[in-house]
Design a protein around this ligand. Sequence first.
Ligand SMILES: Cc1cc2nc3c(=O)[nH]c(=O)nc-3n(C[C@H](O)[C@H](O)[C@H](O)COP(=O)(O)O)c2cc1C
Length: 178
Amino acid sequence: MSSVKIKILAISGSTRKNSSSFKFLKYISEHLKPQFEVDIFEGLTNIPHFNPDLDTENPPEEVVSFRNKIAEADGILICTPEYVFSLPGSLKNALEWCVSTTLFSNKKTGLITASASGEMGHEQLILVMKTLEANFNDATQLLIQGVRGKINDEGKITNEETAIALQNFVNNFENQFL
Ligand SMILES: Cc1cc2nc3c(=O)[nH]c(=O)nc-3n(C[C@H](O)[C@H](O)[C@H](O)COP(=O)(O)O)c2cc1C
């Protein structure tokens, strides 16, 4: 059997230290089959504001590094809260640096919005990632509402329905690669 790992880049849309989105990504990384290797991206705050003048000619090194991580990954996981009915600015900013590229085109992707409400943010996440031509479908996207009551400080899922929905999501995400 091949020992080459399936590389997943996981991006949390929240830069908060105790973020639920980060905890969900950690939970998923621990529940994927052993042939998966998950790198949780921690550099979102270091990515400069999008500037079309620098986009193709002279992108900042943080952007080059982010783009390389996407290129090298076999799949992408995004988990994000909704901020003011939209995507958090830092996540949107990072994605804007990818619009001129084909990095997400046909890349197997899983999308989760984990938020207080999150409906509009999730719709926008789907729209943005469709625009970037990411490869996902209904089975590989999930909206987790009332997030504060669904995962505790230790990263344990405290709601049975959420645990089942996440397990289904994990299975569907994995099956694309196996
Ligand atoms: C600036 C700001 C705006 C927010 N706006 C929304 C919103 O529009 N809809 C929503 O469901 N939650 C909103 N929230 C609450 C987040 O859903 C909640 O704080 C969530 O736990 C953040 O995710 P995190 O734990 O991964 O940081 C907002 C929070 C912040 C800080």
